[in-house]
Design a protein around this ligand. Sequence first.
Ligand SMILES: Nc1ncnc2c1ncn2[C@@H]1O[C@H](COP(=O)(O)OP(=O)(O)OP(=O)(O)O)[C@@H](O)[C@H]1O
Length: 790
Amino acid sequence: MDKTVKQEETRYLNATLAAMQKAKDETINEIKRTNQNIDEVAKSWGDVRLKTETYSGIVETAMSIRQQQQMLSERENSKTLAQRRLVTLDKQLEKPYFARIDFSEKASDSGEPETIYIGLGSFSDGHDHFYVYDWRAPVASIYYDGGIGAVEYLTPDGTQEANVTLKRQFQIEDGVIVTLFDTEEAIGDAMLMNALSGESSTKMKSIVTTIQKEQNKIIRNTKSDLLFVQGAAGSGKTAAVLQRVAYLLYRYRGKLTSGQVVLFSPNQLFNDYIDQVLPELGEQNMVQMTFYQYTSRRLPKITVETLQERFEKDNNQTYQQFTALKGSLLMHQALLKYSQHLIHKDTKFRNLVFQGDVVISKQQIADTYYQYNENYGLGPRLEATRDHLMRQLTGRISSEMKKDWVDLAIENLSKQEYDELVGTGQVRLGDDEGEDAAANTRRAQLGPNAKEREFTSEKAERRFLAKQIVVRALRPLVRQIRRSAFLNINAQFIDFLQQLPEYLDLSEFDLTKEQWHEHVAVVTKDLKQRKISLADTTLYLYLYDLLTGKHGERDIRFLFIDEIQDYTPLQLAFLKFSFPKAKFTVLGDLNQAIFTKDNAKNLQNNFANLFDSEKVEMVQLTQTYRSTQQITDFTKAILVDGKQIDAFNREGELPSVHVLTSEAEMLVKLQEQLRENDEQQDTTAIITKTLADAKALYAALKDAEVPVTLIQSENQRLAEGTIIVPSYLAKGLEFDAVVIWEANRSQYGHDSERQLLYTVASRAMHRLTILASGTLSPLISAIPNTLYRG
Ligand SMILES: Nc1ncnc2c1ncn2[C@@H]1O[C@H](COP(=O)(O)OP(=O)(O)OP(=O)(O)O)[C@@H](O)[C@H]1O
């Protein structure tokens, strides 16, 4: 690089750093000043005079306390803002920017091109002079979208044109330019190579310096209601989507909060893995949850089948058939039709019971529910029923007041209970008339201003008390009515399953009516024991929401679903229904469908059908970044149609496949490999097929030289060092080195395990070791032997 260029750039860097340093000093002073202010306000608490004798005194005291509090919170706020600015400035002083572009707007081509620098956050000197632009600013898009020459970029006012004359990339460490180079491409390979060759860590990092053009499209898309990102393992889907969240928070600053953005992720470990990216970008994390958490949270009294149970049952052919049926779009249509039919008949109710007696029978509730005409949808019908039941209950108060239990309750009222009913400070008739000690104490407690509730007679007093007592006792019933607890949702769900053959042709799923009814009997039995499968949970909640006329969570504006191939069409339809105001971004790799397998292929179209076709966009990512060329070539060969995957040209060693005669030999080989990985400071994951395999291996490695951590639940934290993890929990994660344990015919023998094997193998960044005993999985032996070391 030309020496003068470096000198010029160093001059600009120093000027930027000096301006940043100045801003930092001012911020530190501001923090000191606000600290002093806060101290002063705190001291002035002593000036607040507590006047509590008179009403106006109390008001005055409350006002001045409020003023003090307001002053304090204003100062605290400005201190927090200044502290946040300080954190940003400290980061910026280390790496103020990473790129520069020179460009002219097409229309005014003649003048000097404009120069802008791009960094993690913008920085100006407060007088409209921007030293650095935020990577999310519209103009910064130029940097990611193209090379030298004419480019277009999107601004909130539409498409803009620009003519780019220079693109320069920087590596700045601790405020010094380490390297800089000019490039003609979108993002230079050298920079990408540098970003990718680093070691992995237990936390994902941001990719803003090397966002690729296709990824940039995903990040900046604001038009689509459904953005569908399909991409191979390691193609940066997750990375792009996290930068997208940061972009959206910037683009809609003031209108969108991180609480209105929800990410559905494959498991809790994954949440842990990605939770540093947004803070690194200076933003707060969005809401993250798994589908399991979302649904099971709504059913606190029922145990929902876990991921592990689901995975381990998934080998069972009929289980798969039922799950496929229950997750299908046909099921969705059946559910909607069934719910419409409930407008006419078959809604299931429970009796409303008070003190052991049925006060409103389920038949009476049904009569009420069905007295409204057909124009009443399910929601309004239920609301009208609730109102009616409330009125019925109110009408019951007077007859209830005459009952013996009320008399008894009045007799047994303690003084305290009486006070609670009548109001403290009020006199029970005749209460203070006696001359005994209790009456004296009572008079003293009441003070001179005690007001007597003026009951005109003892009868009036009794009536008052009786009403209070009845109203109180009826409260749980009122709550039940408000919550529509008179709906018998369990019975309704079972009724739906029983009636299903009338709404859907079971033969489409190779099932007979007998098989289905047998299955419904099992579901009914489980539900009685408060257990439910994940597939049923969605149906159950969806039915409940339809019946109660819920309109979903309308506050959520953006919804992200990672690993969409593991969702059923019904789950997706349910999410669409549950978040009606959200724009969806869904990410998937059809090759990694662990749970839904073949159905994943139709998923894309089915889901898109739920949206306005004009507002659906598909983006395909084919370039992979995670693994070396050798690992990508190998994992690609596991797939039958893996042609659409392009490896990033990063060299590494060939994957190694070891077929040994016994498990003992495998253990020896494994430990040898772990020692080697450890010496190279690689993070290693040993991926077993099932949890039972993982546990057995962990027991065998307990006393081994290299310590290992067993990850057995999705709710566990990710650990540093070597881990053992069952396949279905490795989704979305990546490691320097991966060992696939027991890649035998018994574990990965069937074609249906192809996608699982691909998913686990594609977790490796630099090194992949495959260990088998006995017969190697046919899915691996079919791979050309030039792609691995034997
Ligand atoms: N533009 C980029 N610059 C630098 N690194 C990138 C870029 N895109 C992706 N990566 C890196 O590649 C790796 C894989 O990315 P990511 O996990 O987002 O892929 P994915 O498509 O979600 O994969 P999978 O489907 O296997 O979970 C990550 O380490 C990520 O940081």
